[in-house]
Structure formats: structure tokens, C-alpha cells
Design a protein around this ligand. Sequence first.
Ligand code: PAP
Length: 356
Amino acid sequence: MATLSSQQIHIPKTNNEKEDREKDYEATYQKYNEALQTLPKERGWMSEHLVQYQGYWFSPKSALKGAFLVQHHFKAQPTDIFLSAYMKCGTTWLRTLMFATMNRSSYDFSSQSHPLLNTGPHACFPFLDASIYQNYPINTDLDALPSPRLFATHIPYTFLPQSVTTSSSCKIVYIWRDPKDVFISLWHFMERIKQKGVPPLPLKEAFDMFCEGVSHYGPFWDHVLEYWKASLESPEKFMFLRYEDLKKEPSIYLKKLAEFMGQPFSLEEEREGVVQEILKLCSFENLSNLEVNKTGVLRLSDELVVHNSEFFRKGKVGDWQNYFTDEMKEKIDLITEQKFNGSGLNFGVNPQNSNC
Ligand code: PAP
């Protein structure tokens, strides 16, 4: 496995292939543009508006476009591994753990040339919808990527292409987090990456919107529940993780993760401390202090360029306590209880088994 490189820029084999592909993209663009005309709109967090499509809220110019293109054009391979999550649940951390684990035989952790130390988490493990499929047509030859391909995505389960959902072999790691911390993390992030001219969104207003489900890829609870239900139907395909569990017992969950991805740690590796080395490499302290994460940028699309440092804020459990009133806590906990009631997902207690 390796990071994306210029060698993977796709050069169409024939003019016909290029034309067909462009026609397909054109058709998807047309569908996307037509949908945009009629969709319900609400005030945006970092863009002017959010639009609602099939029950979920998206930023119209980036997230919705990415979801459309992924849904219509992405073709899964049997060995693909996806990292899915609602925003701010720990994707950055998990993608580094997954990348370092899957590539542990290719790179020396102690070497300064490890890609995570130099190119940042997103270059090693790209966003499918928020990055690759923001280009038109995409400029990465996905077929040329080494197997297993690793892709991160925020799109809701119902938007995943059938080639992903019906494949009996590709895998999905899903991470979720206490919605109180998700909200605080999201609000900070959106306020910082806001497009020029979009006014600040006061915390209380953002909170009400979040509770109503009007947030990027929201409602949060529906996002989690849909993946959860799919995981109950195909448990072998999914690994469900909670940020809080990963924080509390990182080595236990990293070992489960490695096993799930088909690369379990050998006893010898465990004895040699490989698990601990990966955890150290991917720790908040280490990653957030790297030059590439202090000064580098992530170009998600022509309109959206985010400083890598924005993906590292505090990395703590329970920061919501510094912002919430009792009333806010009660309100959001009640929504969580009501939404997750009967699902088997239970916040605060590790509900079921090993992979929950
Ligand atoms: P994304 O949705 O934009 O991809 P994501 O990486 O899922 O963001 O979440 C960011 C959160 O993970 C931030 O949480 P905070 O705002 O509460 O601090 C970020 O600090 C945290 N985070 C990033 N890297 C790590 C890490 N290595 N360990 C623990 N938490 C981390």
C-alpha cells in the first residue's frame, strides 16, 4: 500500500473511453443540478445554506456533489476497506491508526520518512466523497491504487453505492461519539473554516439546528442508526467503534481493528511493542505537533481548503462540559435516548459486544 501519487493520475486509454466517461459524469451533474433547484434549504454552518436531500442535510456545492458522484460512479473492489462516520467522530485519528496498521511492514515507525509524519493523515487515506469525488471527472485512477484500498467517507449509509453495500467482502469501520462532544467539535470546526461572507453562527443557534438534525450530513442520530442497523444485518462486514472506547482502551481496540482488517498482530509483534508504537505514532500529541499538521493544508475542492491543524483541536472526551448548560445536556441526552431506544445502541455503557 502507498499514498496517492502522480503516477495514479488517470490517463484515459482511448478517446471513446474518455467521451463515455465524460457523458456519464455530465448526466450525474445534470441530476445533481436539477435536484438542487427544488431541495429544502436552511441556514448553513460554514456555507450560506444547507440543503436537504433524502432526509439528510448537505452543503450544496461540496458534500451533496460528492455524495451524488460517489453514488453513481464509484465501483467497490472486494478488498476495499471504508472508514465511515458522521463528522467529528474521530475519522482523522482512526485513519492514521488504520493506515499505520495496514502498512506496518512497509514503513519503519521510527523513521522520519513514514508518510504519516510527512504528508498528513488525509493524503495517506483519502476522503472518497469530500475529496476524490470533488473533481470532475476525478483525477485519480482508483483502479491503480494498491489493494486493499482505504477510503474515508462521511456520506450516510443510504448513499453508499450498491457495489459497497451488497459486496460480501468489502468492509466498513464505523466510528461514532457522544453527540455532545460531536456538536462542540463541529461548531468550532465550522466557525473556523467558514467561507468568506458567511456570518458567525452563535453556539445556541447551532445547538438548536444540530438537535433538529440540520447539520452537515445530519441528523447525527440517523447517520449512526442507519449504519448500526446495516451492521446488525451483516455483522461480518462492519466494525463499530466509539471514540470514547478507543480513548479508554486504545490497544484493545487497535488489536480488534487489525484483526477485522485481516492483518492481526502476531504474538511476536505484540511482544516487540508494535501496537504501542502505532498508538504513539498516531497519538494526538504526536500528530498535532508535526510540522505537516501545523502548517500544511488539505485541498478538499477548489472552494474548500482547510488547514490540517483544524483537524486537531483538543482530542478529549467531555469537552462539552465547558460549554453546555444543564438544559442543553438534558435536551440532547433525551434526543439520544429516544432515537437510540430499542436499537441496541446505548450511550455511556458499552452496549453489546466486542466490536461495538
Ligand atoms: P472530520 O469529521 O473533519 O474528519 P474528525 O477527525 O472525525 O473530523 O474529528 C476531529 C476530532 O478528533 C477533533 O475533536 P475535538 O474537536 O473534540 O478536539 C480532534 O481533536 C480529534 N482528533 C484528531 N486527531 C486525534 C487523535 N490522534 N487522537 C484523538 N483525537 C483526535
